[in-house]
Design a protein around this ligand. Structure first.
Ligand SMILES: NC(=O)c1ccc[n+]([C@@H]2O[C@H](COP(=O)([O-])OP(=O)(O)OC[C@H]3O[C@@H](n4cnc5c(N)ncnc54)[C@H](O)[C@@H]3O)[C@@H](O)[C@H]2O)c1
Ligand SMILES: O=P(O)(O)OC[C@H](O)CO
Length: 408
């Protein structure tokens, strides 16, 4: 397989890229396939009419509530905003997010307090659509009433890295709810604008979990003729891909905002993918995950559309607006802004070269002018196009140790 890979891609058999692939297949704690672990599973799902609690009634939580309500599940949508709850139950509309959309009658809004233990444990599915920076505080509270012997199916859709800890969601779950809960968690990522899903535009996503049964249950729950799910066993990889693409979407937006054209954006997308793959590989994720929907799929989407909030932040920065004003008026979360901090720490720690991500960090947090950032990237000395770093160890290994999943 590796010899074939070398022949097809004209890679020298002793090249560092091939060595990295070889090292990955031998030493990485994660493998893109097959599923290797026997895991704690959630309680059996009903054939139909699952009871689903969606935590977070922003654009994405509301859109996924609609998707599941529309396929005849009984959906409860938790919002921390009392006016959103009240308005939703009266009008079947979310006044703040996706305000044009008429929502399914199968959805009931709940809140603003977090649901109590009795309600929580009656659910078949808990889906978290809360921005990454607020997940820990909510999981800490919910964990107190979660029955660990009869877990609901647990699904996470946020795309970010926690400020201060540089933790991925898997680690936040392990810290707040324990390793057994983290091992049963499932992650959805990929190119999926909320406003297109509610209009039933054909969409495909990656679904990953350490547990095959949980990934399959999530896929079964979501799969529709207009919504395809592709399962995988690299949750760390799809989490990293989803978080990283937001940083590169800011870079692509900056370039467009500065008035650069298609060549520049294509360079940012392609070099961004190379950086994401190197960071992911050094972290201990599978490089192949970055070629999937959660990787290049979502990168391409968010780097090339003004529907992306992260792209919009970059675009407005490129046009000369100050960051604080952009954040104050965006009306919705752009995870790339906070994630750029975690990415900077991770690349420094891992010693990975990621010049685009570094420049995004410097523009956001060190007052570097967007034009200077682009010029500095263009002034870099010529380099090899792709050199994957070694994969042994890395934060994924530490996370797998924490979950009790490392190879003996
Ligand atoms: N919008 C999309 O198309 C899309 C697609 C895929 C993934 N995502 C991801 O989903 C996550 C949520 O994004 P979104 O688009 O729904 O964001 P949003 O800005 O539309 O909504 C954010 C939601 O978080 C809630 N919130 C804010 N502070 C909170 C707190 N302390 N505790 C609990 N809830 C709090 C808000 O009330 C709101 O309901 C993000 O990680 C995003 O990257 C979004
Ligand atoms: O609007 P963005 O930039 O947060 O992107 C939303 C989703 O992540 C697209 O898949």
């Amino acid at each position: 397989m590796l010899t074939l890979l070398a022949r097809v891609h004209r890679i020298h058999p002793r090249s560092s890229t091939l060595r990295a692939f070889r090292a990955f297949s031998n030493a990485s704690p994660l493998s893109p396939q097959p599923f290797r672990f026997t895991m704690p599973a959630s309680k059996p799902q009903p054939e139909s009419n699952s009871k689903v609690l969606i935590l977070g009634a922003g654009n994405f939580g509301s859109c996924l509530a609609e998707h599941l309500g529309d396929s005849n599940h009984r959906v409860f949508l938790w919002s921390r905003e009392a006016d959103v709850v009240q308005h939703f139950n009266l009008h079947h509309r979310n006044a703040k997010y996706l305000p044009e959309h008429d929502f399914s009658k199968n959805i009931t809004a709940v809140g603003p307090d977090l649901p109590d233990g009795k309600f929580l444990n009656e659910m078949d599915v808990l889906l978290f659509a809360i921005p990454t920076q607020f997940l820990r505080e909510n999981l800490t509270i919910l964990n107190r009433s979660l029955h660990k012997t009869s877990l609901p199916l647990l699904i996470f859709v946020n795309k970010g890295i926690e400020i201060g800890t540089d933790a991925l969601t898997l680690e936040i779950i392990a810290d707040t709810c324990g390793a057994e809960v983290a091992k049963a968690a499932t992650f959805i990522s990929g190119p999926s604008f909320a406003k297109e899903i509610v209009r039933r535009r054909p969409t495909s996503v990656s679904v990953a979990s350490f547990t095959e049964a949980e990934a399959n249950k999530t896929s079964d729950l979501f799969h529709q003729p207009h919504f395809r799910c592709y399962t995988g066993s690299d949750p760390i990889g799809i989490e990293l891909a989803g978080a990283l693409k937001n940083v590169y979407a800011i870079a692509a937006g900056m370039s467009d905002g500065l008035g650069y054209e298609n060549n520049t954006r294509a360079s940012i997308i392609t070099r961004g993918l190379a950086e994401m793959t190197c960071i992911g590989t050094a972290y201990g994720a599978s490089p192949l995950t970055f070629l999937g929907l959660a990787g290049v799929g979502d990168l391409f989407l968010t780097c090339s559309s003004s529907s992306s909030r992260n792209y919009t932040v970059g675009y407005r920065l490129g046009q000369g607006e100050p960051l604080q004003k952009i954040i104050a008026t965006l009306g919705s979360v752009a995870e790339g802004v906070s994630t750029a901090k975690g990415v900077k720490t991770i690349i420094d720690k891992l010693g990975v070269s990621a010049p685009i991500a570094e420049r995004v960090y410097e523009v956001l947090y060190q007052d570097k002018a967007t034009k200077t950032a682009v010029q500095e990237l263009m002034d870099l000395p010529p380099s090899r196009e792709l050199e994957l770093p070694p994969t042994a160890g890395g934060p994924a290994k530490q996370l797998m140790d924490k979950l009790g999943l490392s190879r003996g």
